[in-house]
Every structure is written in C-alpha cells, then in structure tokens.
Design a protein around this ligand. Sequence first.
Ligand code: ADP
Length: 306
Amino acid sequence: MSTTTARTGVRAAVAEPTSTDSTQTARILQGSPIAGAMRARVTEDVVAFRQRHGFAPTLAVVMVGRDAPSAVYLQQIIRGCVKVGVEGRVVEVPEGADAREIQRQIRSLNDDPLVSGIIIQMPLPAHIPLRVIIDTIDPGKDIDGIHPINAGLLSLGYDGFLPATAHAAVQILRASGYDLEGLDAVVIGRSNVVGKPTGLLLLREHCTVTVCHRRTRDLAAQTRRADLVVVAAGSPGLVRGDMLKPGALVVDVGINVVEDGIVGDVDFESAKTVAGAITPVPGGVGPVTNAILMEHLIRAARDQHG
Ligand code: ADP
C-alpha cells in the first residue's frame, strides 16, 4: 500500500513540472504561495480579533545578545508580524545577563495580557541553561512548541503548540497536495526543535518513520529506500541525488550560511534530477515556518481571550 501511495505521489509530481529546465524532473515546492495563503487567513482573523477585543495580539521575541544569523531570522519574524497586522516586540537582553534575569523578562511577558506569544531566539549563550529558560515560558504562549508540556502533548497526539519548523515541514507537503499515508519516511536529525517533532508529526500522518542522526551507520542506505526524506541536520550538501530513490519527496529544513549566501542540507542541483518534489532553500520551508508562527499566535490570542 505504501508503494502505491508513493508512486501516485511521484506520478503527480513528474506530471506537473514547474520549470522549463530540461534536466530537471522534480517539482519545486515553493513556500511563498503557501505562506501567502496562510497569512491571508491570519490577517482576517487578526481583524476580527481586533474588532472584538480592541487590540492586536503581540508576539514577543526574547533575544539574548546579538549574533548575525539570529538577527536576520528576527527581522523576518518581525516583517511577518507586520504583514498580518500583529505587533512584533523584540525584548533585548544583554549578552552577559544571567538565567535569572532572562527568567524575569519571560515572567513579565507571561503576565502581560497584550502578549499572546513568546519566542526565545536560539542559540542562547553557552552559560545559560536552556532547560531553565524553556520551563519558564507559559505553555499557552509557547507558540514555537518548545515547552515540555507542548512536547508531551505532541508525543501523545493531543493538541498543543507544535514546533513551527516541524509543522512547516509537514504542512508544505500537505498544502502541495501530497497524501503521506503509508510512505516510508526518513528524517535526518533528532533535535528537540526539528528532527524529533517532525518524526512524531509524520507518524501522525501515518508514515512509517525512521529517524537518522550523527551515529546512523549508513545514512545513504536509509535515504535510498525512502519515499520521503526530511533533512534537518545543519550540514550543507549532506544529501545528494545519488542518495535518493527516484521520485522521492525531499524536504530541506537546513539553513546554512555559506560564502555564496544561504543553502540547505540537500545538494539541490543533484537532488532535483532524482527527486519527485523538493523544497528549495531559501524559499521553501522558511516562509511557511514564518506564516505558521502567525497562525499559532492568533490561536494563542484567541485561547487566552476567549
Ligand atoms: P537543528 O536545530 O537544525 O535540528 P541541531 O544542530 O540541533 O540542528 O541538530 C542536528 C541534528 O542533525 C542532530 O540530531 C545530528 O545527529 C544530526 N546530524 C548532523 N550531521 C549529521 C550527519 N552527517 N548525518 C546524520 N545526522 C546528522
């Protein structure tokens, strides 16, 4: 059954190429149109929320110190807020601050009725214990799903806030029309923010899931048998075309800053000649993640204000 579903997906992908490049077989799954449609819905919801409650929800982003990749990501989030009509508030904490000071800032955001969602910019400085910070966030405002309560709800299959990137990795496939039921899925990466939750979400989609990581013995042997490969390893060029099954769906979650700009974890040029569909970097999962944060924010606001 899984093979049939996979083949159906592959045929659909090959039948609808979006580029005229003759060497290309893969359908390129652009995130922007999907994100745009999501944002249009959120914008309407924000208007309705504002009419009912007299204010627009606020997303607070806590940033400890300043590092360049983090700052770029932050700008994108704030731009996303502007697009849907919510407030984006950056809470800057000095690099040298201790965990208690960061906790104090988070608690004051927890208590602020105008703030509906809280994100902590990662990575935190090495001297800050991550667990202590995560535990401090109100789970109802944890719109990036990092609190243990939300992680637990996900693993039990209950409704909570999903980690936005993992949610986006699955959503980009669903919104592109793929039925994932029965697919053999390989996730590369087992981080708490991306790999692990993506594996759980794919189980929810009825995939047969294998999660690979740095100690996986033969990564290529795993990916070559997969109908769906989701890569979240933070390693440019990790997955090449010769590691893929022809027609496979490939979702590249990697965002790596290299000399030429930003690249994913998949070697796009070789992969697109083998895959059935592939997400580009930049422009694939990233924009969808951003829009999903906005969806989570308006949902949090509604939950908090009835
Ligand atoms: P992210 O936040 O993108 O998930 P992390 O650095 O937290 O990134 O985690 C990277 C994950 O990718 C780890 O689980 C690690 O085991 C996995 N990984 C990194 N390099 C490889 C590799 N060469 N092969 C397989 N898995 C890898």
